[in-house]
Design a protein around this ligand. Structure first.
Ligand code: LIP
Length: 280
């Protein structure tokens, strides 16, 4: 069957199955987080990967493939392993098996399974399982956002003054990226924002905005598998997402702003020093 964005009940069924898979994947992570971890490096000395990342990704892809053999997959570790990952109109699952691998390695309890679903290049569903908190965040386009089955909503923040802002250093330390990071950090603090937080998982950051615990999040250098599920969850919780320039979000551009309202996002976009990164 060829799936289109209008096939609401089929998309909901897909999301429900992915939720079940994410829960199982979370159990694999929960068991592994207490064990000794061995890690390898990917793009930099602070970009880590473990055998658990790979095993969990294989489990998620195999499980989804067994139910949806004609769907396509973009997985963080498959891409790192050299598998080509162009986004097409086909139903495509966009997967980060452990979002927060550095946290996982250090047993810092903010690790998530993130599964986004794209149809006709539009993000239509998102599932994020905050493993150690046992919080399952879900959203299907047009049907609201939920945490453990209860509806969630963004805050009403319209301005950075008094806001709780979330960002990450990311997994690169080159001078250009670091310079922009420090400039942006200073620019945000100069607005009288109440504070800046970093959970170490882009997916969990987005869930915090979606549930109104944070007012806005932004990051340069993240990938489509960090963005996909959270983007749907924020918008379905009533929030706003965009490119840091204020333009429409491009999920392959490796940069992201998601906030409670368009106003707070527009203010943030106006003060950020922008970086153009190699696309996914
Ligand atoms: C990481 C995120 C982290 C972000 C990095 C990276 P990984 O994902 O969770 O918050 O700053 O850019 O994307 O590598 O742990 O899946």
């Amino acid at each position: 069957m060829v799936l289109s964005t209008g096939d609401a009940s089929e998309i909901q069924a897909c999301a429900l199955f992915a939720e079940f898979v994410a829960k199982e994947a979370g159990e694999m992570i929960r068991r592994a987080i207490v064990a000794e971890k061995v890690f390898d490096l990917k793009s930099s000395v602070v970009d880590l990967v473990t055998e658990t990342d790979k095993a969990v990704e294989t489990f998620i892809i195999d499980s989804l493939k067994s139910r949806y053999p004609d769907h396509r997959f973009i997985g963080e570790e498959s891409v790192a392993g050299g598998i080509k990952h162009d986004l097409t109109d086909a139903p495509t699952w966009i997967i980060d098996p452990i979002d927060g691998t550095t946290n996982f390695v250090h047993t810092f309890p903010c690790v998530a399974v993130s599964i986004g679903f794209s149809v006709e290049k539009q993000l239509v569903a998102g599932i994020i399982f905050h493993v150690m908190a046992e919080e399952m965040y879900t959203a299907v386009k047009g049907h609201g956002a939920f945490c453990n089955g209860l509806p969630i909503k963004v805050s009403q923040a319209r301005t950075l003054s008094g806001a709780l802002v979330i960002t990450e250093v990311g997994s690169a330390r080159d001078p250009l990226r670091m310079d922009a990071f420090y400039k942006n950090f200073k620019a945000v603090l100069a607005t009288d924002a109440h504070g800046i937080r970093a959970m170490g998982s882009a997916a969990i950051n987005m869930c915090m905005v979606a549930r109104g615990a944070g007012d806005i999040c932004y990051e340069y250098g993240i990938h489509c598998w960090d963005i996909a599920a959270g983007a749907v969850i924020i918008t379905e919780a009533g929030g706003y997402i965009c490119d840091p320039t204020g333009a429409e979000l491009d999920q392959m551009s490796r940069r992201f702003v998601g906030g409670a309202t368009k106003e707070i996002c527009t203010q943030l976009c106006g003060i950020l020093t922008h970086l153009t990164l190699e696309r996914d």
